[in-house]
Design a protein around this ligand. Sequence first.
Ligand code: PHE
Length: 385
Amino acid sequence: MNIWRGQFFSLAVVAAGCLLTGCNQSSPGPNAGGDVIKVGEYGSLTGSEATFGQSTHKGIQQAVDEINAAGGVLGKKIELHTEDDQSQAGQAATVVRKLISSDGVVAMLGEVASSRSLEAAPICQQSGIPMISPSSTNPKVTEVGDYIFRVCFIDPFQGTVMANFATKTLKAHTAAVLTDVKSDYSLGLAKFFKEQFLASGGKIVDEEKYSGGDKDFNAQLTAIKAASPEVVFVPGYYTEAGLIALQARQLGINVPLLGGDGWESPTLIPVGGKALEGDSFSTHFSADNTSPEVQTYLTTYKKRYNETSDAMAPLGYDAMMILADAIKRAGTTDGAKVRDALAATKDFKGVTGNITIDPNRNASKSAVILTITNGAIKYIQTVAP
Ligand code: PHE
């Protein structure tokens, strides 16, 4: 009863306000009329994929500060509301609900891991809150609905890139695949890699599984060793990838391990060490890129955080910049109008490349392949879509 009375009371106040000021037809949202634009961010700031969330947050924060220093958007400052989902299933939905209903954000940035983006996307879609994932690559994420966007490539492309690298650059004929069955990202990337590897005439000699969080991979690696593949594809996240590399070398598996963007982390080499020597993975961005946009971004990032940027930070940066650009073009923070402006994003000059949002709300962009040589990550090639 009390709640009803409260709701009726606020409706009455809004209606009275409309009489006085003349309200916009489109629903104003909880943030309308405020002197800031509230943007939500949900990410893994702690837990097993902590570097994903932390790096992305640094990139987003850098973008917010640059936007605000230049006067903000529609004459208002961006106010970033960040929530930690602790890298845990279930938490992404909880914090995103909170950001929408308590904080009143008008748009959402996140997540990195596809499974967590898939968890939160239906909530954003149903609430009419545009969501941009900086770096979730599983195709299903944007299929959730027309409010869900991303600024990165998707895994059918990434899987093809790594299968071609295996067959064409490394001249491999056989591969084993070790998949994290708890991760939508890993399951999808494994599938797309296999399809292209087979289409190129290669043979998958063994397929093994693990669950994110596992620490002992000896059983799977023993089976892989017995199948003698020429490469092992490990489409997982960095924590497990580092351990898998260590245990593979201990068992005497000396062929290259290959991975995708999930390997991208400042802690990959500290965990895997020498065991990663000669291994390669695909990702979104290389700090070796000499273009002026990338170099300016890297200099600012280095000055601010005193470290070299990985791929997640610039994707976070680009996601925030694209959102600000869309709000500016929409001339409002109204969800449907921002959604339409995002969908119309064309040739946006991002740090991670030129971004055009395609009809499926994905970005078609190049991938880079990096190799671990002498304990450092080296750029080796760029593959255009
Ligand atoms: N693409 C991964 C996923 O969808 C996440 C990721 C992005 C990891 C970028 C590292 C770098 O789950």
